[in-house]
Design a protein around this ligand. Structure first.
Ligand code: ADP
Ligand code: MG
Length: 276
């Protein structure tokens, strides 16, 4: 198996008292969709956030164990956390576009990562460059950035809906469109892994269906780890399912085994909807 992330004996505590993730070990296979399921408060979000070091931004959080990404522990002292979060992108439950245009939301990552040869002012208009550039260099950078924006929006199945309003505010989009915009924003910096934390819990069924279809496509190019409290959603889109309960990983297996032949009584009860 080609493992993209191997988690070994991960423990997370909040405030030195809440043991939110308890000794979890899990291997995430590349180019699959892994669903994290379990009742509210069982540590799904905490676990997900530990995978791109988002917990580092919170005080009074203690983490032990290893998260091996492409063979290297992301908690090793010399890891560049900004670069890591580019490679392992995150999309949250509530859509979080920047208060900027659709174009700028996508362009922002490649710009700050200096991928288009120089710093561009936002709003699609060149405001300043770090270095002096010729008109043809400026044009080339602009073309490259336009291409990244277009391709990212296409990959996120949003291009057709926004191509005529790229310079309008992202806040004018529906909730489902904003979520796809956030996925496009993650894609724009060429990640390997995309983390999704209940991305459809605030969306209507149609918008949810679009995101689910998108997730199924994304695994061709990326590895997707998605938290969902919707058991049907996990059964529709995932390849592997990890069932968490009270901070512990109770069972991790193929979707088929989790839904038709679980090893643990607790898993069987949860997927039957006996508790939530
Ligand atoms: N910032 C925090 N400070 C203290 N406790 C927290 C914090 N975030 C989550 N917790 C606690 O950690 C446990 C796991 O929470 P969480 O990871 O959000 O679970 P889930 O995503 O499965 O609902 C819960 O007991 C929750 O109350
Ligand atoms: Mg959560």
């Amino acid at each position: 198996m080609d493992t993209v992330i191997a988690v070994k004996n991960l423990n997370v505590w909040y405030n030195h008292s809440v043991h939110a993730v308890k000794n979890v070990s899990i291997d995430i296979p590349r180019h699959t969709v892994v669903a994290l399921i379990g009742p509210s408060g069982c540590g799904k979000s905490t676990f997900l956030r530990s995978l791109n070091r988002l917990l580092d931004t919170m005080e009074n959080t203690n983490i032990e164990g290893e998260v091996i990404f492409n063979g290297k522990n992301i908690y090793h002292g010399d890891v560049d956390v900004t670069a890591l979060r580019k490679q392992i992108g995150m999309v949250f439950q509530n859509p979080t576009p920047f208060p900027k245009s659709i174009y700028d939301n996508i362009a922002y990552g490649p710009l700050v990562n200096n991928e288009v040869g120089g710093y561009w002012g936002l709003s699609g208009i060149i405001k300043k460059f770090k270095k002096r550039k010729s008109a043809s260099e400026v044009e080339a950078s602009k073309d490259k950035l336009d291409g990244i924006v277009r391709e990212s929006l296409k990959e996120a199945a949003l291009w057709g809906e926004v191509k005529d309003r790229l310079f309008k505010s992202a806040y004018g989009l529906s909730g489902g469109q904003q979520q796809r915009l956030c996925i496009a924003r993650a894609i724009a910096v060429k990640p390997e892994v995309i983390l999704l934390d209940e991305p459809t819990s605030d969306l209507d069924p149609m918008a949810t269906k679009k995101i689910e279809e998108l997730v199924l496509k994304l695994k061709d190019s990326y590895t997707v780890i998605i938290v969902t409290h919707n058991i049907q959603q996990a059964s529709r889109i995932s390849d592997y399912v990890a069932f968490f309960h009270l901070g512990e990983l109770v069972e991790y297996d193929t979707k088929k085994n989790i839904f038709t032949n679980p090893r643990h009584q607790l898993t069987a009860a949860y997927v039957k909807g006996e508790f939530g």
